[in-house]
Design a protein. Structure first.
Length: 239
């Protein structure tokens, strides 16, 4: 039955592809949406983020989103996001894209410019800054914990997270391979997995316990640990 509203119908999301790592940070909306449809999707995600930030993930429901939006009916809401879980995934990806975009727009070194070590040092320093993690980062970690806890019976969570993590590792590996002349101490994909594990583990620790370790000491230790992979000519020195 044709939808009586004038918004373009959202198309089915494409199957994640192993394309260039930069694809992670492209347009998040499904293709073919009108400006009005994109605006409605953003309104729904805005409402969901507000609930998560103010009340917690466990309070997020279609009913609460519908109530917060006021004029949007349940049918309109589920037209864009059929389930609560679909909204959670969309909100998570939008948060992630927004934070990455801010980092890429900053004055620091950029990936794929021959400065893999500088990018690593900048990124680790940012992850271990004294005032972190931010409220948005804590909400992102809370969503990630939710997905990890349910991956055993939610293949959509597992597949989407696997795609995002694969792209992140691919970018690190490509940047390392292009910045550091061979032969490499370990294959760039292996080094990328180590970097990803370090960032992921430290971020999770700080989200749970902001005082888990001395951040300056951890930054120095992390750079010393990774220097041989990114700066083999320096013999592990970080200066």
């Amino acid at each position: 039955m044709p939808d009586p509203r004038t918004d373009d119908p959202p198309t089915a999301p494409a199957t994640p592809n192993p394309g260039p790592p930069w694809d992670l940070w492209g347009e998040a909306d499904p293709p073919g949406l009108s400006d009005a449809a994109k605006k409605r999707r953003d309104q729904i995600m805005d409402a969901a983020e507000a609930i998560i930030a103010g009340e917690g993930i466990d309070k997020l429901s279609l009913g609460r989103i519908e109530h917060r939006l006021g004029g949007m009916s349940r049918g309109q809401l589920t037209y864009y996001f059929p389930t609560r879980e679909a909204i959670l995934l969309a909100v998570f990806e939008r948060m992630l894209r927004r934070m990455i975009a801010r980092d890429l727009e900053g004055d620091g070194p950029k990936p794929m410019t021959g400065r893999a070590w500088d990018c690593l040092a900048e990124g680790l320093g940012r992850a271990l800054r004294p005032d972190g993690p931010s409220p948005e980062e804590r909400n992102l970690f809370s969503l990630l914990y939710t997905f990890l806890a349910q991956m055993g019976h939610r293949p959509d969570y597992r597949d989407r997270l696997a795609h995002l993590y694969r792209g992140w590792r691919g970018l690190i590996a490509a940047d390392l391979a292009g910045s550091v002349p061979g032969p490499h101490p370990v294959p760039p994909p292996v080094a990328a997995s180590l970097v990803q594990a370090l960032f992921h583990g430290l971020g999770m620790q700080l989200a749970v316990d902001p005082n888990a370790f001395d951040r300056a000491d951890m930054l120095a230790a992390g750079l010393r640990l990774l220097a041989p992979l990114f700066r083999p000519e320096a013999g592990g020195k970080t200066d």
